[in-house]
Design a protein around this ligand. Structure first.
Ligand code: GLN
Length: 498
């Protein structure tokens, strides 16, 4: 039998239900691997082997008793640290929430717990999910398992790295502008941002509420389908979650799509796209043509405004969402807020306390976003910036609607380059923002986007293929991606981490 840490979630489930492996053995195998190797990857902020083993043993017990078991029984899963886990630290990668232990449970966490998944730990992330490299974490950066000198992507870098390194077969991330798909691409795994409203955001610490969406990471599409299935569905606690039936994604995955009409997004082959990435994507197109697909060029003319619109809308919402962290009820409170200048002495002490707490609690990128967003929403500027960005957002959505009149799935690269070096873009926010140039428009339009492994660069770094579909067409999106996965072995490649 192969090592449990090399099995997919589906394989683990089969082995456990056949009695060949216990949940405890599986969990131990992952714990050992994390113990040996996470020192160099640093994907976890919280790693709790004892609780994981306790849950695993209780699942084994339930199995022995013949009790009902959930669809993920005994499968270890890593969780991004912006999901509220009651009683457990939930830091959001920020000093601001260093001591936050949520009094309630995120809906996704509840669903995973009820599915009998085993929580193996909470993963590192860019502070409040703002970033593309996981370097904005207040707790240090995570490294890419394929090359420890490179970034894993972000903001869900810890979740992506943990699956790429086989520290868990599954993990959960969140995607506001690319934070699942971009790190999935850079770490050589599958990452899916579902349709806005497909998965409840209740208990996800908000960054930009109209864009945020929780989604799965896995090595392959079967595991992705299974995890999506478990976390999807309507939730009365989230008014934006949609009450539409959740298909059995795993059951239909092997059915070839009824139609294979693919659109190649012209604007995603712009300057700045690494030729090796372009070549891998063109190769994927050839494969689809060979599989009988019709492929045509499609234009999304407003995508060039995507990054500009996103960097108004997302900071605007963030400035509002993060206003609550002021040291009174929520967030870090400074120990000292005594005035240091005569001007400060004029400020009421309560305000000084908030100022000192926010100054200490937030990192540079979060402060930059709060200031941008506050400015964009200020009287006199809102029409010029925020309202203008909303109009662009509508036009981007219209572009997608027009494209989907003729094709079922759009494809292109997930990222313009493979993983860059740690520190390479850390001092250049604009260069960092361009990492999400191909993923951001999907969030603005609310539609699902998927990244799957489609190659390796000459220097051995993973390349991601992005597929996008109309709202709530995840089933067809996964089936279309499966056509590629079935004929390639990129998803079976692993970094050597000895
Ligand atoms: N990198 C983008 C940003 O910094 C997207 C982040 C995300 O999807 N959470 O905002």
């Amino acid at each position: 039998m192969i090592e449990p840490t090399r099995m997919s979630a589906v394989e683990l489930i089969n082995q456990m239900s056949a009695g060949h492996l216990s949940a405890e053995e599986v969990t131990r195998a992952y714990i050992d691997r994390i113990d040996r190797l996470d020192r160099s990857v640093k994907s976890f902020l919280l790693f709790d082997p004892e609780s994981a083993l306790t849950v695993a043993r209780s699942i084994d017990q339930k199995r022995r008793n013949g009790e009902h078991l959930g669809p993920l029984a005994g499968v270890p899963i890593a969780l991004k640290d912006n999901l509220c886990t009651p009683g457990l630290p939930t830091t959001c990668g920020s000093r601001m929430l260093q001591n936050f232990r949520p009094p309630y449970e995120a809906t996704v966490i509840r669903k995973l717990r009820e599915a009998d998944a085993v929580f193996i730990g909470k993963t590192n992330m860019d502070e409040f999910a703002m970033g593309s490299s996981t370097e904005n974490s207040a707790y240090g950066a995570t490294c890419n398992p394929w090359d420890l000198e490179r970034i894993p992507g972000g903001s869900s870098g810890g979740s992506a790295a943990s699956v790429a390194a086989d520290f868990a077969p599954l993990s959960i991330g969140s995607d506001t502008g690319g934070s699942i798909r971009q790190p999935a691409a850079l770490c050589g795994i599958v990452g899916l941002k579902p349709t806005y409203g497909r998965v409840s955001r209740y208990g996800l610490i908000a960054f930009a509420s109209s864009l945020d969406q929780i989604g799965p990471f896995a090595h392959d599409l079967a595991d992705t389908s299974l995890l999506l299935q478990v976390i999807s569905g309507h939730d009365p606690h989230d008014a934006t979650s949609v009450d539409s039936p959740v298909p059995d994604y795993l059951a239909t995955l092997e059915k070839p799509p009824e139609r294979l009409r693919i659109g190649l997004v012209r604007e995603f082959f712009s300057e700045g796209l690494d030729p090796e990435i372009e070549a891998a994507v063109r190769e994927a197109v050839r494969l689809y043509v060979g599989a009988g697909a019709t492929v045509k060029d499609v234009s999304l003319p407003h995508s060039k405004y995507g990054t500009a619109a996103y960097y108004i809308v997302a900071p605007a919402e963030c400035s509002s969402n993060l206003a609550r962290y002021d040291g009174t009820i929520f967030g870090h409170r400074a120990a000292d807020w005594s005035p240091r200048t005569p001007e400060e002495a004029e400020i009421p002490p309560l305000i000084r306390m908030m100022m000192a707490s926010r100054a200490e609690g937030f990192g540079a990128e979060v402060k930059r976003r709060i200031m941008l967003g506050t400015f964009a929403l200020s009287a006199g500027y809102a029409d010029q910036y925020y309202n203008q960005a909303l109009k662009v957002r509508r036009l981007i959505r219209n572009d997608f609607d027009a494209a989907f009149a003729d094709v079922d799935v759009l494809i292109g690269p997930t990222t313009p380059t493979a993983a860059f070096k740690l520190g390479e873009k850390a001092a250049d926010p604009l260069a960092m923002y361009l990492s999400d140039i191909y993923t951001i428009t999907t969030n603005l339009a609310g539609i699902p986007g998927l990244s799957i492994p489609c190659g390796l660069t000459k220097s051995g770094l993973p390349i991601g293929l992005q597929l996008m579909a109309p709202a709530f067409a995840e089933e067809n999106l996964l089936r279309t991606a499966r056509v590629f996965e079935r004929q390639t072995d990129w998803h079976t490649r692993r970094p050597s981490l000895a």
